[in-house]
Design a protein around this ligand. Structure first.
Ligand SMILES: *Cc1c(COP(=O)(O)O)cnc(C)c1O
Length: 368
């Protein structure tokens, strides 16, 4: 009998931007979790409370999250889009759109009955922040630090400019495919969030929502005014349980455990080192693709090129590159949506070592 198709990524190095290659320590932690019966821990037990506490402390330390931000677990980042709207927006939200993920957040806000103000720029470009206009009535500004579909990144200055221009609005930053890499100035944002199958290199099925007091105040205001703020995952149910180191529902205990362990490993290695390596690997890959015939980085402004999702245009159909590289043991992503056929997307996450990135580049060069 033929092997099932799902075994086709076995023994290959996965460079797709999510899910991606597991963090290199994840396998050991997974084995240990099974030996220690972690998935069988009751979420109402002391054991879970101690895991929850360790998890939130590790994430807080790793990302240097200030004490006035709370950390909550959800099912995914897509869920957090709904939760942000339900808790923090009564009438209007504003969305900076430059690709599929930023667009979808706006669509979800509309599906929840909110009026959305969408500022869309062509794919592959970043928003010229100085030109940003928005009605004062907007309650939340949705930004995407790293648009995974196009490889465009916002810069830290963009966030401080937006905060200075719109001090009354809540600012929510999607950092799903960039964390843990970015070092945020937490005073420029009210909420950020990620899911674990991208930069953290873990099995999908867990979202992490970071929200400050202003988000909670807004939810309170909405609840007091009689609006629905959603059911089991709202900022009150989450906070009430988090104060007891618990979650409202039976959570992904195994996912929370693995995230805790990987966050601790990353802390041990040091975020400075992880950021330096990320910068090095990104510069190396962009340099190669600029030099090689047949490729061109998709984002033309170097300062807006993502460090964690490298997107390049291909002269040959991208499917041919995907196949050739797969034969050599490297799984890379095609472009997203309508950009699929002539783009490749290559993840540059903490688990992708310098050596393996160099090997990937050597392999492409040999195939040119
Ligand atoms: C993957 C991704 C999401 C969605 O994450 P899920 O875990 O699938 O919900 C949202 N935003 C960005 C930028 C992403 O890359």
């Amino acid at each position: 009998m033929d092997s099932p198709v799902y075994l086709s990524v076995m023994k290959k190095m996965v460079y797709t931007p999510g899910p991606s290659q597991l963090y290199f320590t994840a396998e050991e932690h997974l084995k240990q979790a099974l030996r220690d019966n972690i998935p069988a821990i009751s979420h109402r037990s002391r054991a879970f409370q101690s895991l929850f506490q360790e998890a939130t402390e590790s994430i807080r330390n790793l990302l240097e999250i200030p004490e006035d931000f709370s950390i909550y677990f959800t099912g995914s980042a897509t869920e957090i889009w709904d939760r942000l709207i339900e808790n923090c927006v009564t009438h209007e939200s504003c969305h900076l759109v430059n690709g599929a993920f930023s667009k979808r957040f706006g669509e979800q806000a509309r599906a929840l009955g909110r009026e959305t103000h969408v500022w869309e720029v062509p794919v592959g470009t970043a928003h010229p922040i100085e030109q940003m206009l928005m009605p004062e009535s907007c309650e939340l500004i949705a930004l995407t630090h790293n648009e995974t579909s196009t490889g465009v990144s916002m810069q830290m200055e963009d966030f401080s400019k937006i905060r200075a221009a719109f001090p009354d609005q809540l600012i929510a930053i999607d950092a799903v495919s960039s964390l843990p890499y970015p070092q945020f100035d937490w005073s420029t944002l009210d909420s950020t969030y990620f899911s674990v199958q991208k930069g953290f290199g873990l099995p999908a099925g867990l979202g992490v929502w970071v929200a400050n007091e202003r988000c909670h105040e807004k939810a309170q205001e909405r609840r007091d005014a009689g609006y629905s703020i959603g059911s089991y995952h709202n900022l009150f149910s989450l906070r009430e349980k988090a104060q007891k180191n618990q979650t409202p529902e039976t959570p992904n205990v195994l996912g929370i455990y693995l995230l805790t362990k990987v966050a601790q490993d990353m802390l041990g290695k040091g975020m400075d080192m992880i950021r330096r390596e990320t910068n090095y690997k990104a510069a190396f890959l962009y340099g190669c693709f600029e030099r090689w015939n047949g490729f061109q980085p998709f984002v033309s402004e170097p300062e807006h090129r993502s460090k964690t999702v490298i997107v390049v245009e291909t002269v040959q159909p991208s499917a041919e590159w995907v196949q050739k590289l797969s034969d050599k043991g490297f799984v890379v992503g095609q472009g997203y949506g309508s950009l699929k056929d002539h783009q490749l997307r290559i993840a540059n996450f903490p688990t992708h070592s310098k050596e393996s990135v160099e090997l990937l580049a050597d392999t492409i060069e040999a195939l040119l």
